[in-house]
Design a protein around this ligand. Sequence first.
Ligand code: GLN
Length: 633
Amino acid sequence: MVVKGEESDKILELFLKIGLDERTARNTIANNKVTANLTAVINEAALANGCDRAIGNFLYTVATKYPANALVHRPKLLEYVVSSKIKTPAQLEAAFSFLSNVASEEFKRNEFEEACGVVGELFGSIRKKHPWADPKMAKQLVDAKMYELLGERTAADDEKPSKKKEKKEKPAKVEKAVVDETPAQPSEEELNPFSIFPAPEDNIKVHTEVFFSNGSVLRCCNTRERLDNHLKVTGGRVFTRFPPEPNGYLHIGHAKAMFVDFGLAKERGGCCYLRYDDTNPEAEKKEYINHIEEIVQWMGWEPFKITYTSDYFPELYELAVELIRRGHAYVDHQTPEEIKEYREKKMNSPWRDRPIAESLKLFDDMKRGLIEEGKATLRMKQDMQSDNFNMYDLIAYRIKASMYLIDVQLMMSLFPSAIIFDILFLYFQFTPHPHAGDKWCIYPSYDYAHCIVDSLENITHSLCTLEFETRRASYYWLLHVLDLYQPYVWEYSRLNVTNTVMSKRKLNYIVTNKYVDGWDDPRLMTLAGLRRRGVTSTAINSFVRGIGITRSDCSMIRLDRLEYHIREELNKTAPRVLVVLHPLKVVITNLESGSVLDLDAKKWPDARTDDTSAFYKVGINKNDMFLDCFKFE
Ligand SMILES: NC(=O)CC[C@H](N)C(=O)O
């Protein structure tokens, strides 16, 4: 049975009322079983007049995943969902597993509530009051308080409701599964994977603590005044940034980063910058800059503004001078090997405590090209004894300039009348930068520049992959000592796909050495390669959306998951045509002459009946019923 016309409109309206987005609602209607389940669940929950989106998403999960052997308890579960006592996907999962254990038998509410974390208002109110608090720490504190009040947990406390099962003589009869058999439907977080992010106005609460080796703790948060200034500029909107380094073509991993950054801004009506994180002049090229802009657009994202970290070099320089003045940075002369060795031994550089004035003068020399590359760096004075090696006085600035020996003989032959002194001429050339030209010979590091530019651009949510997690301390430390606005930082697991090469360094190698036919070779998982292979950006985006935004470790995703999304899309968009190479003529004798039978032929299996573009019109005449006389419109 296919739901048609008026009835389908009514159901669509019902699904939209519970907050499903139109795409999900329509997909659901195409699936009779889920439609029947969801309609039943909505009625059971008495929500035919609608509800908010969060509850609606839970209803959807109940409709698709509820254990079939416990249908009698579904209304009870829905009470908890409707009253928001169950309010996280994890709680709902736990409820499903509890109910599938008790099957159709009675159960005690308190056991059910304990199993799915409905622990009164305690944790809920903690979460409300301290949304930035580390949940693990909160639980430890609550447990400690409980211990004080109630003493040791007893075995009875730990008894799991599943024990009931042992008493059963026979396993409960499993009713025929009502759950959907089609590929997994999206869960709540897939429907709105951005629901985990706080609102910009909440960015005043402590959500990161940096522990120093001297016992002090930096609780990272904004002051009221600083947050108010920020909100004035942004109007309370979400501001994110997608910050690739222009040192290669973007690959499928970047599709996830774009989805997170551009997607969050879009979901909340905010703005996302495309920011070229261009602090390494040797590796970066104009070709990559152009490619990135074009491919971002192809992926369907619209940058609020295109900026470059190098646009902020003047501000970054001024702030570095200020950092030295405040005693939080020094010019160092250790070689890279010495820096490494001293870090391993947790030892300070001999230059660490040099006078501020000396560092100021040397930093100015660095900027003016008076010091050779490798002979000086600016280092942040962080915490050499920290447990976090990314607090070991990270480099803020380094020199990038080549030194040339002028060939005196050659000069004399070129300019015979010139008086050339018989000395060696040293000539510095500032390493040219694809955007900033050769104005600068000192370049900020990622750790120094990233947080400051985030802050200058009033980024509300600075989202990046988990490899950057250990740099969070340095990020906040620097903004703190410079008194700058602190964005909310959050890391997610990086997307890796099986059977392919994704590191930009390796891609660069195989492209440059011509093992493949350029960055857009269809065998590569670069976005340009996928496009050349015929993959659409919508399929890539739905693949990424399906993976979700989590911090979990299982980020090695099988390639066939991407292929599933490609097939899903093509299934709905690629017209099917059957070709009969050796047709057999059929003569229809019982059709009135002159009359034409109009038949509709679906262009693809899931074609919607009300979509005329999804059908071929086939006309059949009395005398020439033949494939080659089908009139395709
Ligand atoms: N914080 C981040 O998202 C890091 C971005 C960095 N420029 C990169 O390309 O990996």
